[in-house]
Design a protein around this ligand. Structure first.
Ligand code: GLN
Length: 425
């Protein structure tokens, strides 16, 4: 396999002797998902040389379904980023235009699928990391409902938001991979017993009520991207869906609530990388504080360091109530907005990303600008609901993603609607 997109951090071919729905299918796995005997680095220097002694639950299920593990894919370091340029091993390149980013953080998984290196891949989505690269690379990506896929063996970045999910070239393969990884696992205390039956997949959109949140077409959304998504929503109407405009007023707090909470969780989760159990061995003759600082300063990239500092600050005495607690309140408001509109509507529709894939280097100078492009994906992780990105045309010569968002554990309806759209488009 020739990897011209820097999609893989390591390649292997580990066939499974089991017979199942994925027999003979090669699946790539994001490098923050633990794989027994295969290096797992989260695209960070601090995990150089780390070889997990066990498989993540999702990987156990892939093997049991007969899949061949094809390798570990590139990503933003620990999942922190929107372009895969925060990888310690260089960015993945977008197969549609290699001068552009893949999106992130599951950029390697998206490039591997879009570039035809594998037919399916696992990604993880904390604030958009499956849907963003799916949108930028012109493939399908599903962020499952919180709890539907076990996080056992997923190296945590911000665990109250994240889910492992499927990425593939079309809706059918996405649904097939989802059917393999969904279901209960007692080793993840947030896991829910909701398996998904692939046999239930069928194109269905007629009579469904689709809410179109006006905030999804607000400031910062590229005109051509909006036009392409609006055309797709008209297509859904032609297929028999009923659309109505809805509003999610608390969405204005989503980015702030997300970035406060995810940095707090990251500062606590990444505490364990201290050179003692993981990472390059510290200099034992130094005072522990100096040894620890040295290992972490050398092992983490600038974005990870920035987020650890922000999170540690927000959690510190005197600021905790002002930032962390306030962010939790804002999250409740956002959740309530989604629950409210999803009682009347079956599905919500809007763009996945406000733009198409930027050129390499275009966003790196301004982290805040990069955070802002997550505006349409993070609210979904806050609400915990499922969302899928489906290719829906092009703008500026690059793919655009239509985002369909559903009720809690409503993946069936989402996949069926996405299939109806894909068949018609
Ligand atoms: N871009 C978002 C972030 O940097 C989301 C990343 C993700 O989903 N892992 O936090």
């Amino acid at each position: 396999m020739q990897d011209t997109y820097n999609a893989f951090l390591s390649t292997v071919e580990i066939p499974s002797s089991a017979k199942g729905v994925l027999s003979g299918i090669r699946v790539a796995v994001k490098d923050n998902i633990s794989t027994k005997d295969i290096p797992t680095t989260c695209a960070s220097k601090i995990l150089t040389g780390y070889i997990p002694p066990y498989d993540a639950h999702a990987v156990e299920l892939l093997k049991a379904a007969g899949a061949t593990i094809a390798g570990k894919t590139n990503m933003d370091e620990f999942g922190m980023g929107t372009t895969t340029e925060n990888s310690a091993f260089g960015p993945a390149l977008n197969p549609r235009d290699t001068s552009r980013v893949t999106g992130g953080s599951s950029g390697g998984s998206a490039a591997a699928v879009a570039g035809g290196l594998v037919s399916m891949a696992l990604g993880s989505d904390t604030g958009g990391s499956i849907r963003c690269p799916a949108s930028y690379c012109g493939i399908v990506g599903l962020k499952p409902s919180y709890g539907r896929v076990s996080r056992y063996g997923l190296i945590a970045y911000a665990n109250s938001f994240e889910q492992i999910g499927p990425m593939a070239a079309n809706v059918t393969d996405t649904a097939k991979l989802f059917s393999v990884i969904a279901g209960h696992d007692r080793r993840d205390s947030t896991s829910v017993a909701k398996p998904y039956d692939f046999a239930g997949l069928h194109a269905e959109i007629k009579g469904k009520v689709i809410g179109v949140p006006k905030e999804y077409f607000g400031e910062g959304v590229d005109k051509d991207v909006a036009a392409s998504v609006e055309k797709s929503i008209q297509k859904l109407e032609e297929l028999g869906a009923v659309t109505r405009e809805v509003s999610l007023p608390s969405m204005q707090y989503a980015l702030a609530a997300y970035y406060v909470t995810c940095t707090c969780e990251a500062s606590s989760n990444l505490d364990r990388f201290d050179g003692v159990r993981y990472g390059p061995e510290p200099e034992m003759n130094l005072p522990w504080h100096d040894a620890y600082t040295k290992v972490r300063a050398a092992g983490f990239g600038p974005e990870v360091r920035r987020r650890i500092l922000l999170g540690t600050f927000a959690l510190s005495a005197g600021y905790y109530g002002k930032y962390y607690v306030k962010a939790q309140h804002a999250k409740q408001l956002i959740r309530r907005d989604f629950l409210r509109v999803l009682t009347d509507c079956d599905i919500l529709a809007g763009p996945t990303m406000p733009n198409v894939a930027p050129k390499l280097g275009e966003m790196t100078a301004n982290p805040l600008q990069m955070y802002q492009t997550d505006i349409l994906t993070v609210p979904i992780n806050i609400a915990g609901i499922p969302a899928i990105s489906v290719p829906c045309g092009t703008a500026h010569g690059m793919p655009v993603g239509l985002q369909l968002m559903g009720r809690m554990f409503g993946e069936e309806a989402l996949l069926n609607a996405a299939l109806a759209f894909e068949e018609a488009a």
